[in-house]
Design a protein around this ligand. Sequence first.
Ligand SMILES: [Zn+2]
Length: 448
Amino acid sequence: MTDPRVAQERQSLLLGALACPVCGGPLTLAAAARHQGLVVDADLSCPLHGAVGVVESYAVSFRPPDVERARAHRVPAGRVRVPVGIDDDGLELVGRWESGWEGLRTGPGGSHRAVLPFRGVGISITFFAHSWSGRAELWVDDELVQEVDLFRVETEFVVVDLVGFPNGGHRLEVVPTGERHPAAGGDQIVLNRFDVLRRPVDAPLPQVDPVNRGNGFPPRFEELVDLLPEGGIAVDLGGGDRRFGDPRVFNLEYMRFELPDLFADGLRLPFRSGSLDLVLSQAVLEHVPDPQQAVDEMRRVLKPGGVLYCEVAFMQPLHAVPSHYFNVTIFGLEYLLRDWDLRESGTFTGLHDTFEWMGRCVSAEEKIGRERLQLALEVLAEIDEKTPSEELRPIAGSVYAEASAPVSSMPDPPAAPAPGVSGIRAVTGRIRRILGRIRHRTQSLLGR
Ligand SMILES: [Zn+2]
């Protein structure tokens, strides 16, 4: 259990560093609900750009879809959403369900059902709705509560809140009826996620303990966290589904993973200029279409003298397609950081790791057999062992750098985006990046 004072101090630290992601100006917070001194739900508004962010069930988001959804679909007063993934053990699936990036979808044939026992005062179901979606019945404790038609001409996440149940244990049943809107191309139902609605007193406070479902943290980052000054704050930019486990470290993601503390675009960071002490950017810059802009944004939000620890792909195969834009050499990374005070740079991993990954890309094992591949990799590992790290530099898998933001020359916040076609392209690009990141994470979970 989280100590409420720790959770409260942690939230104040984060809220105190936030700024408008469009203009970098100050935000006002209008809290709709508080619990134990923490903000549960709120709007974050810029005097120039309006409601740009939200706090929703303690999590901060500046993603436009989250902001729109939260504002159109407020969590019922005095309630907290506790997320339940579609991979939750408690979810029982009857009939044919297939998993895809958008969630669990019904397969061909009839009599599908999804059953989820839950404990709380309500449940919120998020469907992915499209032009092939059909109708579903929503039952709670064997009573039909609502019927939904999920047919949408344009794809959309549809959130249905079922509320007003006595606090306690209940049972939700989602039953696709096989019926459809006359214009619908099919009767498919896609479950994206569930959120149990609880009274704040029954919901967990934001957690602090370490959890990691992605890449391991660089050991040097752990040292740098230990060196944080009094009242210091660190951000893991694009950390994926992980929590470092120190109240001063926050994970910012664009993807809706479960563990990040805030959601925003890495090219428009929602922080005041000069507000952070430490930034980690691990295996992220190769996936950013404009790495220089990303690095400049990191410099803007760091305090003068604040530290960036950065790892980027060098001799790594194509991954997270199509969102893999630029591998960099050590000189390329130093060039991106030319306006910084570079403290250290270098490379890591050698022939073995690089070729193992490459071999997997071309299914080498299937072609030459496990034993011969193993032998080849052993030979490469032996070469790595006999080679000083300086000599491995030309073939290393990754490059890294540690740099501090210079005391002079503070870059300006990013200019507001031009509306119109470029905005649409940016959105399309982002969706492609998200799809790529999902694949990337899956690869890294499989031990890429
Ligand atoms: Zn603004």
